[in-house]
Design a protein around this ligand. Structure first.
Ligand code: ATP
Length: 215
């Protein structure tokens, strides 16, 4: 049963850092597809400035033409806060317990994990793949602290795609793309060019709908 990737984010807006992470993980883990799941109401950060419908539509534009990438509206459609643990529980119910799932995370999101709702259960529901910066080995750094460090150490470390449905952790070095949605929003707010930081189709959508230009 080919594994499926689950990639959540605010995607305000989606950019090449997100797309590259998903593409590299899809290759490394042999993912059949990657579900891009824009958060509706992120519980662990301030409200996104852009309506969820726009953020979902930008993801759709960004991934058009990539047969492995799928935009998933499940969190956007939920009326209550979208916890990742709820999303994975719903996916498990839909896909069954045997389906290998990989939750894809950037290093910053991973280090923040203990602040997420019911975070230890994430390891029961999915495998977790973390993109770490080349040279910055998370487990050997001071960046990872308890209780996350112990949780990862007691998990079976994965060094490749051949794993079970859940419970493994993969830390994968990836060439960093120093792009953030915050930086893109700032550039657009001062009417600068964000070209080559995100797909042209997303930029066209942003300009058509006049997103991010007023502060
Ligand atoms: P913001 O600047 O608004 O905080 P962001 O660019 O960090 O946004 P998010 O939607 O918050 O984007 O991130 C979704 C996921 O993508 C997280 O797991 C995050 O770690 C990861 N991510 C974001 N930017 C990059 C990047 N340049 N390279 C690799 N992973 C990234």
């Amino acid at each position: 049963m080919p594994p499926i990737g689950v990639f959540g984010g605010t995607f305000d807006p989606v950019h090449f850092g997100h797309l590259r992470l998903a593409e590299e993980m899809a290759d490394a883990l042999g993912l059949d597809r990657v579900l891009f799941i824009p958060a509706g109401q992120p519980p662990h950060r301030g409200a996104p400035r852009t309506a969820a419908s726009h953020r979902l539509e930008m993801v759709r534009h960004a991934i058009a033409g990539n047969p492995r990438f799928v935009a998933d509206a499940c969190e956007v459609q939920r009326p209550h806060p979208s916890y990742t643990v709820d999303t994975l529980t719903a996916l498990r119910a839909e896909l069954g317990n045997a389906q290998p799932l990989w939750l894809l995370l950037g290093a910053d999101a991973f280090l923040d994990l203990p602040s997420w709702h019911d975070w230890r259960r994430l390891f029961e529901l999915a495998n977790i793949a973390v993109a770490e910066r080349i040279g910055a080995r998370l487990m050997q750094s001071d960046a990872i602290m308890e209780p996350l460090k112990s949780e990862v150490l007691q998990r079976q470390p994965a060094d490749g795609p051949a794993t079970g449905p859940a419970g493994s952790v993969l830390l994968r070095a990836m060439p960093p793309l120093d792009i953030s949605a915050t930086a893109i929003r700032n550039i657009l707010a001062r009417h600068g060019s964000a070209r080559y930081l995100l797909p042209d189709a997303v930029l066209d959508y942003i300009h058509t709908h006049q997103l991010y230009t007023s502060t």
